[in-house]
Design a protein around this ligand. Structure first.
Ligand code: PGA
Length: 249
């Protein structure tokens, strides 16, 4: 299957203050000196989206949010809409991360409506899926991920710019990763489900792998068929580590 250029996206989670922009400056300078062979994105907490977008302006680094509400505005105290992220300078938004699915009980249906909101606002969604350890051990990984893809991707995504991120829950922040064969098996299943749901128009949308991606394993993971990039948590917080992953793409 033909793949578009790889996307390496950093997910800072609830980390980062104004002082963290120094790491972004280091990254920007390194990429100016030696341009990346892939797309590079950073998804800081909502409080930093605007400043980070300013800090990377013209540097080829894309900026994303980590979640949004489905509504554009209204009486939702504490909520951040896709329109607000766009207004702050984001072009991407991570949706349905397992930390949100687990902690906030986000369902596939809610994730799907958030993806529609992202499109409405002009953001490209990165929709996350992935099995738990219990599901992996029960031999249900492919089936679980397939169901999440079918139910979390709205039909409106057909022909639009978006990505899916396969992140096994048990690999996030643990240092554990699936074997390359396991990654390939799930990514092929994700691609098949995407095409079944959205048609061939989704054949070029990248499928990112996420979960304990580091400079040491990035090159091998990124070479797996149907791996179209990486969603990187911990290793995206330090410019040197994130660069090590970018150089593996
Ligand atoms: P990790 O997180 O790279 O720290 O494992 C990945 C993610 O949760 O997106």
């Amino acid at each position: 299957m033909k793949q578009s250029v790889k996307l390496i996206a950093g997910n800072w989670k609830m980390n980062g203050l104004a002082a963290s922009l120094g790491e972004v400056e280091t990254l920007r300078e390194a990429l100016a000196a030696e341009p990346a062979a892939c797309r590079v994105a950073l998804c800081p907490p909502a409080t930093l989206v605007h400043r980070l977008a300013g800090a990377v302006a013209g540097g080829g680094i894309e900026v994303g949010g980590q979640d949004c509400r489905a509504e554009a505005s209204g009486a939702y105290t504490g909520g951040v809409s896709a329109e607000m992220l766009k207004d702050a300078g984001a072009t991407l938004v991570i949706l349905g991360h397992s930390e949100r699915r687990q902690e906030f009980g986000e369902s596939d249906l809610l994730v799907s409506s958030k993806a529609e909101a992202a499109l409405r606002a002009g953001l490209s969604p990165i929709v996350c899926v992935g099995e738990t350890l219990a599901q992996r051990e029960a031999g249900e990984a492919v089936e679980v991920v397939r169901r999440q893809v079918m139910n979390s991707l709205p039909l409106a995504l057909a022909g639009q710019a978006f990505a899916v991120a396969y992140e096994p829950v048990w690999a996030i922040g643990t240092g554990l990763t699936p074997t390359l064969e396991q990654i390939e098996e799930v990514h092929r299943a994700v691609r098949a489900a995407m095409i079944e749901r959205l048609g061939l128009a989704s054949a070029a949308a990248p499928i990112l792998y996420g979960g304990s991606v580091k400079p040491e394993n990035a090159r091998d993971i990124l070479a797996v068929p149907e791996v179209g990039g990486a969603l990187v948590g911990g290793a995206s917080l330090k410019a040197a580590d994130f660069l090590g992953i970018i150089r593996g793409a």
